[in-house]
Design a protein around this ligand. Sequence first.
Ligand code: CP
Length: 352
Amino acid sequence: MSVDTPLRPSLPEQTSTPAPLDPQAAPNTQVAPDPQLRPDGTLRHLLTLETLPRAVIERLLDRAQSYVRPLGEPPPASAELAGRTVANLFTEPSTRTRVSFELAAKRLGAQVVNLEVQLSSRVKGESMLDTIYTLEALYVDVFVIRDAEAGVPGLVAENVRPHVSVLSAGEAHVAHPTQGLLDALTVRQRKPRFDSLAIAIVGDVRHSRVARSAYHVFRALGAGEVRIVAPPAYMPEATEFTACVRHTTLSKGLKDVDVIMMLRIQKERMSQASLPDADRYFAKYGLTPERLALAKPDAIVMHPQPMNRGIEIASDVADGPQSAIRDQVRNGVAVRMAVLSAVCAGRGTNLK
Ligand code: CP
């Protein structure tokens, strides 16, 4: 099936049998060291959660939790990153990720530059790597990169100097690791026993980097069950999400789950012909109060935002008592502080 296969909402329910959630088979148990880690095991880059050891993920979540404050209290601040420079390079639009990386870096005392890529010399044909080398010469220590093209954060990570770190802020449909961490932190705050949880990832799974990173982090943390629920056209290939039960209807997919993670329809990654009709989509896949009632009574609702209200989620669910969506945003700053702190701490005291 092509990525752009149109939505076919009239197909009957399909349920697949997944590979078992066997921790021995999980990719995190691989023997080869994760190239995102330094030889001493500290985090240098963060490009994906797929290969990150569970212990590293848990340390990042613990650290992030230490930065969480109730709204209304002053946010945490330190001079931990004093003397460091963080550059945000975003070639795709962003509100939450860009602002929270900037706030995180500033609250840790770093200097921050935000490169408006459409105003930079890339529009004159300068390659991404030449832009990176220029910023390296200006003493940038950490690059935060969002790019619509798969492979860009990894290419940059392979080409920066040893003291420099690269953090993905969203790579095409492939990965959004800090979103995965903030999603895991949000779940953990409310439901700390991952092994007893059933989690449904719902909507346009096929085009979603958020879904991929969520799948990797929930698996790494030993979630009892991770399901995907999507129209057939928005199901990922069978080679992905192999540990998930697959459902094509909300009536089965939401039954008795503890966590519902709704996804945005990724219009920017679809052809015109693949775009769903908004009313038809909402009628079949929108999360309404009635459908939320299929889940456990204390289930939480998440959405990475930006939300298409009235298409994938009803406003009274998004703003309702079971919604954890604003906690996700708040946790985003804490998680990005934890990641920045980790990559800079591991670098040692090499500032002169
Ligand atoms: N969730 C998320 O990545 O939002 P932004 O696109 O606003 O950064």
